[in-house]
Design a binder for this molecule. Sequence first.
Ligand code: 13P
Length: 255
Amino acid sequence: MNKATRKADIAGNWKMNKTPAETTALINEMKPLVAGADCDVVLCVPYVDIAAAIEAAKGSNIKIGAENVHWKESGAYTGEVSADMLTACGVEYVVIGHSERRQYFGETDQTVNLRTLAALKAGLKAIVCVGETLEQRELGYTETLLKFQTKMALTNVSKEDLKNVIIAYEPVWAIGTGVTATADQADEGNGFVRAAIAEAYGADVAETVTIQYGGSMNAKNADELTAKVNVDGGLIGGASLKAEDFSIIVKAASK
Ligand code: 13P
């Protein structure tokens, strides 16, 4: 398997944006624009928007995801949501270990791994985020860090369950900054992630894993980024809040 046979995946990460009514309106606007795409199309939305998103996306090719999940099945964890709760709502995907969660909410490589295992056990598809800060890049640690984060996130994930894992390489310095990694930097970063998977599961398995790029991907640069051999689509922040821009990215990844 190679890029030609791996299916690209474009996922929107809405972060802390949109009310339920706005969710319905935006998905209704997006549906005709992304219909017939030759890549998977996912929207990861705030918990409170999930019901509206699933209702609006019914009968379309848009799949709905959450932006986080707790690793316990239930219990005294105020403010948290379990994987079974998400699947019961019809959620199919979940973002795990986003750098904003790592940066602002104390997410660690260990909790990223626990959340990943819980999501997979419940039958969710996990979009696991990894990425270096600018300081780490400038110190020359990008490869070491990406490989470490990838291997930690996938600890105890079976080869079988790996089929439900997407890794998103999101350089922290490129998120929400308008500074996109160059296509070569994105390809290199995704290549480090693929190499880490190859070290853990073998090269054949690594070739089957979808690895997204994320960080200021937009309607203008999506063509160049998604053309790269290791870039199997993207995790899109700001541009996923605009129907037209998002659909242009989906079309780029469908080529
Ligand atoms: P932006 O596309 O807004 O840079 O965000 C990327 C991201 O964090 C997606 O998870």
